[in-house]
Structure formats: C-alpha cells, structure tokens
Design a protein around this ligand. Structure first.
Ligand SMILES: *Cc1c(COP(=O)(O)O)cnc(C)c1O
Length: 448
C-alpha cells in the first residue's frame, strides 16, 4: 500500500518556483504554508480539515470571498452609483453563500424553484431577488409572487401569461425582458448564451411587440432589458459590446448586462481583473445612458471561483501505458472538466512547496475514461493518502454534483481567521437511499 511511482525524468517547474508560488494567484487569497510545511486556507491546515471533515471536501476562504463581493459591489457603485450587483447563484447555490452575498450588499439571481427556496431560507428579502429561467413553471412563478420577488426576468410571452394568471387584481410585478444580444463571445460552446440561435431570450424585433402587450397590462411593469453573453469570457470588449447593443434597443430605466467575467484556473490564464471589467462596462454605458439609469451586472463565476478549492485523497497510483494518480472524486463532484474542457491546477496539501518530479494523469473514480481531472499533472511524488487540492473550484463544482456511480455529494466548509465552520453536510448513504422504495415496501423481484 505504500508503493510509490517512479520519477518521471522530464518533470520540471518554471523558473524553479515552487507549486505554491506558481499557484499563489490562483489559490484563495488567504492561502499560506504553515510551519509544518502544510497548505493552509483561512489560517487552517487543509490536512487538518481533511482529517476532520473527510474528503472530497469543498473548502471556502470566507474572507477572500467577502472581499471579492465587496470589490464587485463597491467597484460598480463607485463608477455608476445607481447600480446593483446580483450574485448569479447557480454558480454556488448553498444557503451560506446566499447569506454571505446578501450581507455583502449583493442582490441574488435565481433560476428555478430550488434556488429560490434556498435564497428564501438564507433570509434574502424578496425585493433583492431576481428570478430567471427560460422555462419557468407555474409553481415557481407562484412562489416568486408569494415571496414578493422584486423582479422577474421574462424570457418570452408565456412568462407574461403565467405571471398575469398568478398575480391578484391590484398586485404588480416588475419585469426585465431578456433579449438575445447576437454576440458570439469566444468561450466554450456550452457556455455561450448570446448567439443568434440561443434558447434564452427574445430577438430584437420582438421587443416592441412584447412591450406593447405589457403596456396593456396594469399588473406587469416592464422596467428594462437584460442580456447575458456567456461565461468564462477572458476579454473585456464583448462586455462593452453587450452594453452598446442593449442600450440601443430603446430607452428604459434599467439595463441588466448579465455576468460572464472569466477567472484564472491555471498559471497561464490571464483573466481581466474586476476593475478592468467594471471600467469597460461603465465606459461603454457612460456615453450611452443618462446617469440616473440603473445598471445591473450578474457575476457568478468571478464572485466565487477563487475562494473555493476541493480537497481529495489519493486512492491509488499506477503505471500502465501512462502513469495514473486516482483520487476519491470524479465527474460526480467535478463535472466541469468533462463538460467544458476547463483545465484546473492541483497542489498537494502536505507539501505545497515540494518540486514536482512526476507527470501523471490525475483521474477520478467514476466509470468513464473522460473522468479526468488534470491532463499531465505535475506532482511531487504522489502517494496513497496524499491530499490533492484542486484550485479555483468555488464556481460550477459543488452546484454540478450528482450521484453518478452512487457517489455521495461532498461537504462544504468555510474557513477564516483560523476557524472552520461546516456549511453543508456530506451526503450519507441514508440520504442516497431515502428516495428509493426499497424491498421492505415493494418486492421488485417477482413481477413479470
Ligand atoms: C449563468 C448566468 C450568469 C453568471 O455567469 P458567470 O459566468 O458565472 O458570471 C449571469 N446571468 C445569467 C442570466 C446566467 O444564466
């Protein structure tokens, strides 16, 4: 069980930097190395967290997360006072993050009954909730109306009919109309939402017709337009272009220009900073909009990605046609690489400054060859029991967890100031079995 893999002759790191140095700007802000040489986050040893809470484990740097939220909210407010920053909650929909976002002055964007319910659970006031969705159900709309959701983003005329039916006489609902911006941002096809054939929103020439329909309805108040061009966008120009497009479609009190700012996952990534992004959005808005217009952005990934990491344990290593290091997670808790090809950076919690000497395929334990975490991972002598930390998994990781291969969803823990608090419990086998009508209730073995 203590077999170690042979050393790969060509493994090396750039400029003699340690893995910790190379990943310093990818790892959470409050990352460090303690006097035992272990990786720490929020002043807590990742090894100690893994021992206490088990692996796979999502770990969030609460101070770093709060600072990032402030830089978005305050950064936009300084540049455009009549503004609002919505946390695009699908990127990390857990009660703790809804509560933290609300406490840092963000409003919340939800899509679907579950996200709405989680936001309500976190105590987010209705007037700070924005409800999205390209296929909203009657039940969702009813809950939105009952909770007093401030703004519903309309995706087509069916939404208007449903809302009209849900609203009592005398009740009113603010809406934004989502329009297809016709911008093909340079990102993975599954993450582009702004192209002509997008399933989200209505076309430019449908706006007037919908505005007219709504103007005859005293319960529904159209306050503005919404666009969202896609996700993991690594340049600022498409955001400026989105502002120019949406503001050319008529005069409204509110423009919501969506989310999509990309983040750094590997040392070779250079995403725009929050400041560069806000500068581009606001510069585009300045020439086109009166200063009292409300400007809204909806950052998801860029709000949470860097604050989160995932810790896994090495289960096995082997050399066949290639060298493999297999960890105790996979597509069930980390779907993003299989879904979008996004590359992530690994580091070992016990020796973050040790120089890599091994190149291996870092793979998961689900039964798919595509269940790959990192292609050609550079690691220092990886062995059974090592804790592998994947950096920048705060967005689109926990939210995409599933029970493939009967996997159990990981726990989520928040760290800061040397303390850890559990935010979401690890799923148990009882949780997994709870929904199934098992043998005691029905005998599935004898029916033909
Ligand atoms: C997903 C989504 C966002 C957030 O996108 P990020 O790339 O995570 O910033 C914002 N608005 C809408 C409508 C979305 O669907």
């Amino acid at each position: 069980m203590t077999q170690t893999p042979p050393v790969h002759p060509t493994a090396s790191t750039a400029q003699g930097q340690t893995p910790f140095d190379r990943l310093r700007r990818i790892l959470p802000e409050e990352s460090g190395v303690n006097d035992k040489g272990e990786l720490t986050i929020g002043g807590v040893s990742v090894r100690a967290l893994a021992d206490e809470f088990g692996t796979p484990l999502h770990i969030f740097d609460e101070h770093g997360l709060r600072r990032q939220m402030r830089s978005l909210v305050q950064g936009l407010r300084e540049r455009w006072p009549n503004s609002e920053v919505l946390f695009a909650s699908k990127s990390m929909p857990i009660v703790a993050v809804y509560a933290i976002a609300a406490s840092e002055g963000m409003s919340i964007d939800v899509a679907g009954l579950g996200e709405l319910r989680l936001a309500i659970e976190a105590g987010v006031p209705g007037d700070r909730i924005y409800m999205h969705g390209n296929a909203k159900s009657d039940e969702e709309i009813a809950l939105a109306v009952a909770h007093g959701v401030g703004t519903v983003i309309i995706d087509g005329t069916d939404d208007i009919a449903r809302l009209d039916a849900a609203l009592a006489v005398g009740q009113t609902q603010r809406i934004l109309l989502r329009v297809i911006p016709n911008i093909d941002a340079d990102t993975h096809a599954t993450q582009a939402t702004g192209g002509e054939t997008s399933k989200f929103g209505v076309t430019f020439d449908q706006i007037a017709e919908i505005a007219k329909l709504v103007s005859h309805n005293s319960k529904i108040e159209l306050v503005g337009l919404h666009v969202h061009i896609g996700s993991q966008i690594l340049e600022t120009e498409p955001f400026a272009e989105a502002v120019r497009r949406v503001t050319s479609l008529g005069e409204f009190p509110v423009y919501d220009v969506g989310g999509g700012l990309g983040v750094n996952y590997t040392p070779t990534d250079h995403a725009p900073t929050v400041e560069e992004y806000l500068d581009a959005v606001v510069a585009a808005a300045r020439g086109l909009l009166p200063a009292d217009t409300k400007l809204i952005i909806e950052p998801g990934r860029s709000t949470v990605a860097r604050a989160g990491v995932t810790a896994y344990s090495v289960v096995t290593t082997k050399q066949t046609g290639r060298r493999f290091v297999a960890i105790n997670g996979g597509m069930a808790d980390h779907l993003d690489t299989a879904l979008t090809g996004q590359q992530y950076s690994p580091i070992l919690a016990d020796r973050p400054t040790a120089m890599p000497d091994t190149i291996a395929q870092l793979v998961g334990r689900q039964c798919e060859s595509g269940d790959l975490f990192v292609d050609n991972a550079h690691l220092p002598h990886p062995q059974i029991g090592d804790i592998v930390v994947l950096a920048a998994t705060g967005a689109y990781a926990y939210t995409l967890t599933n029970n493939y291969n009967g996997a159990l969803r990981p726990a989520v823990v928040f760290v800061g100031g040397g303390e850890a608090r559990l935010a979401v419990e690890r799923e148990s086998l009882d949780d997994l079995l709870r929904l199934h009508r098992v043998a005691a209730e029905h005998d599935w073995s004898t029916q033909i």
